[in-house]
Write a protein that binds this ligand. Structure first.
Ligand code: NAD
Length: 481
């Protein structure tokens, strides 16, 4: 097996195995080849990980922020030095083309480590003058955090949670998706090689039951989930039982609005990026592309021509632009939506076929209406719905008419309109004349059912620290007794 890790779990700075856990495989989605065999975490493994995290956290929190940052900085450098190996591993585990993983996955994880390494030493509290007395605030770490990941950006998700958690003095127990278990282990190795003390970043494997065991552990102060809305509802409810803090990075059905004055080539390029990158398996994808009626014809023409030229194939070949879906189940699910779109009367402009294995062609539907299932549900595959609109108020109302609120995009040369429209869109992240760019400097997260909390940027501080207020009395106590 060409990507077999040394063991399934990484706890207390070492690889750990427990054969008693249910066995599962990781597959290379391009061929279905089994590339690794792992075991789900048993209760004993979860206990060991939680205990390791709890033991290590206090000493870590007592270190100078600049020391914590130095270790994360070193880890970022190792990630960059090993970018090709990490990218190949991610491609094997996810099926995403190497052309993408080389620039978007481990590299983005390294960005997060660098950003939070630099951020940690700048964190300060407030002093509050109260006449004779005063108060001040301290930013404290939360303690032990649990992270749970999705399968579309495995190492990025692990690093986006690990970087702020560790930088601000927390310990993390991370469970990758059972579909893509491998790269979180590589991140654990790198963090420890960079000098991270044992126990601060632990990886346990398994499916939802293992995730639930983490969320329910009384030592956990905070849960950060990246996953679907149905899972988010369960995890949020379970975390509420223990009054734990949460970050919920969930799904979406985001609108991308193309006004009549847009640069059409750029709008088409963005719509393609926002539907076909990572075979469409991106939470923020602009899967409802609203196009102004007057430019619908040329938009579809350009879109069909460029989509027809997308190179599908072996993800390990750097010329390949699109790989398979992550699993047979996901490919089937996506094909089910395509059949549903056709049955509901949407017009297939291009794609629509499964050319074999877990591959699905990049697919564009036109004449899509708001009530169609393909316009309402998150497909998480390379399926774009093009809808037509006539005026600004109408398109804003339709764009917002969804339970989701992760992202939105606007293409127009009229910047007054761009800001006006963005101001009215119900979305955590909006792009103007761009799409799907998520630099670590910018907060990221959803509104409505798409989630709570923010990753990245200064906003992440709120989600991995808490405020302690300290009142300092400087006179006699004024007691009425
Ligand atoms: P999923 O919800 O099926 O699983 C996500 C993770 O939750 C997995 O690790 C899974 O094992 C775990 N899990 C499942 N049930 C659980 C439970 N009851 N308790 C604890 N953990 C549980 O999602 P997926 O199919 O892996 O990923 C695709 C979804 O993730 C899409 O909806 C996508 O939009 C979303 N996503 C969101 C973001 C974001 O940042 N907003 C990023 C990537 C993916």
């Amino acid at each position: 097996m060409r990507a077999q890790p040394k063991a399934s779990h990484f706890i207390g700075g070492v690889y750990v195995e427990d054969d008693a856990g249910a066995a599962f495989h990781s597959h290379y989605p391009a061929t279905g080849e089994v590339i690794a065999k792992l075991h789900s975490a048993t209760p004993a493994i979860v206990e060991r990980a939680m205990a390791a995290a709890a033991d290590a956290q206090a000493d870590w929190a007592a270190r100078l922020p600049v020391e914590r940052g130095r270790i994360l900085q070193r880890a970022a450098q190792i990630m960059r030095d090993r970018n090709r190996d990490l990218s190949e591993l991610e491609t094997l585990d996810t099926g995403k083309p190497l052309q993408e993983t080389l620039v978007a996955d481990a590299a983005s994880g390294a960005d997060a480590l660098e950003y939070f390494a630099g951020f940690a030493p700048t964190v300060t509290g407030q002093t509050i003058a109260l006449g004779r007395d005063m108060a001040y605030t301290l930013r404290e770490p939360l303690g032990v955090c649990a992270g749970i990941g999705a399968w579309n950006y495995p190492i990025q998700i692990a690093a986006w949670k690990a970087a702020p958690a560790l930088a601000f003095g927390n310990a993390l127990v991370f469970k990758p998706s059972e579909v893509t278990p491998l790269s979180a282990l590589a991140l654990a190795e790198i963090l420890h090689e960079a000098g991270l003390p044992a126990g601060l970043f632990n990886v346990v494997q398994g499916a939802g039951d293992v995730g639930a065991a983490l969320v329910g552990d009384s030592r956990v102060a905070k849960v950060s989930l990246t996953g679907s809305v149905p899972t988010g509802r369960k995890v949020y409810a379970q975390a509420a039982e223990g009054i734990r803090a949460v970050t919920m990075e969930l799904g979406g059905k985001s609108p991308l609005i193309v006004f009549e004055d847009a640069d059409l080539d750029n709008a088409v390029g963005a719509a393609m990026l926002g539907n076909f990158y990572s075979s469409g398996q991106i939470c923020t994808n602009g899967t409802r592309v609203f196009v102004a009626r007057s430019v619908l014809g040329p938009f579809l023409e350009k879109l069909a021509a460029r989509t027809g030229r997308i190179v599908m194939g072996d993800p390990l070949d750097e010329a390949t632009q699109m790989g398979p879906l992550v699993s047979a189940a996901q490919a089937e699910r996506v094909m089910g939506y395509i059949a549903r779109g056709i049955a509901e009367g949407a017009r297939l402009v291009c794609g629509g076929n499964a050319p074999g294995g877990w591959f699905v062609e990049p697919t564009v539907f036109a004449d899509v209406t708001d009530d169609m299932v393909i316009a309402r549900e998150e497909i998480f595959g390379p399926v774009m719905s093009v809808l037509v609109f006539d005026d600004e108020d109408e398109v804003i109302a339709r764009a917002n008419a969804t339970e989701y609120g992760l992202a939105a995009g606007v293409f127009t040369r009229d910047l007054t309109r761009a800001h006006r429209v963005v101001g009215r869109l119900q979305a955590g992240t909006c792009w103007i004349n761009a799409y799907n760019l998520t630099p670590v400097e910018m907060p990221f997260g959803g509104v409505k059912a798409s989630g709570v909390g923010r990753e990245n940027g200064h906003a992440a501080l709120e989600h991995y620290t808490r405020v302690k207020s300290v009142y300092l009395g400087m006179g006699d106590v004024d007691a009425p007794y």
